[in-house]
Write a protein that binds this ligand. Structure first.
Ligand code: SF4
Ligand code: SF4
Length: 135
């Protein structure tokens, strides 16, 4: 089982479709809605999907074929290099080992592809170099 977080964007034409119900029933996935802003004009959901990797892939494919724009949440996590002081506070707190202290330069590098968008680094980064901006 794997957990992944996504931002789903709905247009008004699909906002009343039973999409989350179908994700659970047809693809055997568990959904946890972390944040929602949906009304008759459309909207956005931040959602954690848990299930077998192959089923998550199928479920995301179903969403996209239904007209939902789906992006993995880590695409919205960013590091402002100008603010980062390479203090290293994020390295030990990150559960995904997405930060690395480069031996040559003593600079902290962010590996976005490893990030699972948990948000922990944002809380410990005192210069506010780490951001998760989705709304
Ligand atoms: S906690 Fe913030 S300032 Fe410190 S290394 Fe990480 S990103 Fe840079
Ligand atoms: S959001 Fe979580 S997983 Fe991503 S870099 Fe920060 S601490 Fe690591």
């Amino acid at each position: 089982m794997t957990k992944r977080k996504f931002l789903m964007s709905f247009t008004p034409s699909i906002v009343n479709e039973p999409i989350t119900f179908r994700m659970v029933k047809d693809f055997d996935l568990m959904l946890n809605i972390l944040r929602a802003g949906v009304d008759e004009r459309g909207g956005k959901l931040v959602i954690e999907i848990e299930g077998k990797p192959s089923q998550i892939k199928k479920g995301v494919g179903y969403l996209e074929s239904s007209g939902v724009e789906v992006k993995e949440l880590n695409e919205y996590v960013s590091k402002d290099e100008d603010r980062c002081t390479s203090c290293g506070a994020c390295i030990s707190i990150c559960p995904a080992e997405a930060f690395e202290m480069l031996k040559e330069t003593y600079k902290v590098e962010f590996h976005k592809d490893r990030c699972i968008a948990c948000g922990l680094c944002i809380d410990v980064c005192s210069p506010n170099a780490m951001k998760l901006e989705i709304w």
